[in-house]
Design a protein around this ligand. Sequence first.
Ligand code: C2E
Ligand code: MG
Ligand code: MG
Length: 690
Amino acid sequence: MSNTVLIITGGAEDAQVIGNTLETAEDGPFATEWVRSLSDGITRVKQGEIDIILVDLFLPDSQGIATFDVLFKEASPIPIVTLSPAEDDELAVEAVQRGAQGFLTKGYFRTSLVPQALRNVVHRKRVEDALFAERERARVTLESIGDGVLSTDVAGNVTYLNKEAERLTGWVRDDAMGRPVAEILNLVDGTTLEPARNPVDLVMQQGKPMGLYANSVLVRKDGYKTPIEDSVAPIFNQRANVIGAVVTFHDTSEMNAMVQKMAHLAQHDYLTGLPNRLLLTDRLNQAIAYAERHGASLALLYLDLDNFKHINDSLGHATGDMLLKSVADRLVAQVRHSDTVSRQGGDEFVILVLEETQAEDAMSAAEKILRALAQPHHLGGHELHVTTSIGISLYPADGRDTDTLVKSADIAMYHAKEKGRATFQFFKEEMNVRAVQRQSIEADLRLALERNEFVLHYQPKVNLKSREITGVEALIRWRHPSKGLILPDAFIPIAEECGLIVPIGQSVLRQACTQAKAWFDNGMRPLSIAVNISAIEFRSKDFYQFLRDMLRETGLDPASLELELTETALMRNVESSRKVLDALKAEGIRIAVDDFGTGYSSLSYLSQFKIDVLKIDKSFVQDISLGTENGIIVNAVIGMGTSLKQRVIAEGVETPEQFAFLSAHNCEEGQGNFFSSPVPADEFLHLLNH
Ligand code: C2E
Ligand code: MG
Ligand code: MG
């Protein structure tokens, strides 16, 4: 392995001599770099790839031991060797006491011992770091496991207690140190309460592990007794001599079993048995603390299943539950044991991937998961396909605390959904900007409701033969105090996501019905008034009740009201949709399928619903002008509507060609800018009278 040495010294000659010695070393040359000042040195170190630093403590920008202290702090864990003017240099010795790995003395810079010495330093430092990491890992493990762990020296005096051992014995580590094990681990027989022989001596004598006597009871420092169970093992040195013992023990009382069970329940998801949000947060906090201390990184994957809702709604909760369990199993199989797969609730999962150093690692984890989930699930006689969208955030780049990391991954997940699902996205800073915009729109929407900033515009539907107005569609607009008139596509999706669509939809329905009633009262001829209903509104549980109350309140004849629903809204939950539709039809309300042709519905389903109107989506109408081939679709839909005895309305008619085509193919009605764009209520009256 080639090593790179950074030489920090103001002395050009020293730098050159050392550089030469190292670059021509016989047992493998070093790469060297030279900077003259402490600040340049630190800048270079931060760029990475330096294995060892040689530093003169007297530099243009820093002198004395302070030079070492600053460098040590900034360059850690890279080993530092100082350049010393003389062999008995006090400063060089002081630096070693403060963490330097050694010093090179002027006059010896040229000798072949220098490369060898530096190689030793680098090697020793690597071993030390590995040892430190190993010990740190062992320490963290010991502190976090649920068993009490206690160790003794060969004389049977206590040398270590972990947290659980402190709790069970009632002794604090510092007080327990050096005391005889029998005093700290005070054992009595469970039946006779006679002092029990402590097994530590025996284990050390025999040199092999053994279990504690059955029926052992541990007497805590304050006298409280706990039944315990576990084992003792001897510790050997390299020459196979016993140098001490380790005792591991745990509480076996029923009370404890209960406490453990409750703790487990509180931290795990009842359905999948996976860690829940609480435990994930805990693990993430720990992982971040560890990563912070050791410069490690980690990745968080936020998953949301794409079509779970649909499966759950159509096949029932029991199947939905089985599917979630099956997904959970596959996720666990895709990650390492040390990673955490948690369920956040619903169809959302979060995976904490430890020690991911590169974005590529997180990416391959995400790809593995997407592949594993792509296989069908065979459950309860169904073959189910479910995909997932994944958002990824990385520590420390995308957040240095738990909340931010989770939020970033969540935001990235939304972008994965928008990108077309069954895919993953890394968090990017610009996503935050959009999320913030989204939030501010949400806050604005709440205000808009209070301030009645929503208004309706009306667009006529026209009979293509007579050119007479047959109905009108109410379309919402937001009169924003500073941004002007905002069209629905810019805010309806957000209102749907945050649930505000329900009160907004109610206000639209009330406005539209009030307006229509007023027009009729003023002698307008019978027209249908159409209102758009979003899927979420339609499924909200008091939708039907609200509608009835509102019709009674405004006095509008239900027969003049038409509700426009998209195919997807109807398909979401076929059974309950049918019930609501039947109830609406019984009231005399008419139902239109909006944006027909863009959803996923099958005709056989649609024909089960009592639908009055099909509205051909404007994308098909717009294609008419492009050539005859596209006209075929419109033509087919017209034919279909006619055969199902439904009225067919073409949306988005803009040009005379489109109008001519539709008329020639016996489409009954049309709507679009060719006739009139959506206009305010008073202008609509104007249209009617001309
Ligand atoms: P939609 O129900 O399909 O409404 C038709 C859309 O086509 C309207 O867009 C209308 O302005 C537009 N349009 C009309 N004629 C033409 C034309 O000749 N060419 C073109 N290119 N477009 C035309 P708008 O008003 O922006 O509304 C967009 C969508 O927002 C609506 O699509 C509807 O799904 C939704 N929406 C509107 N009002 C409401 C509401 O009160 N509640 C709910 N839940 N959704 C609404
Ligand atoms: Mg519509
Ligand atoms: Mg439409």
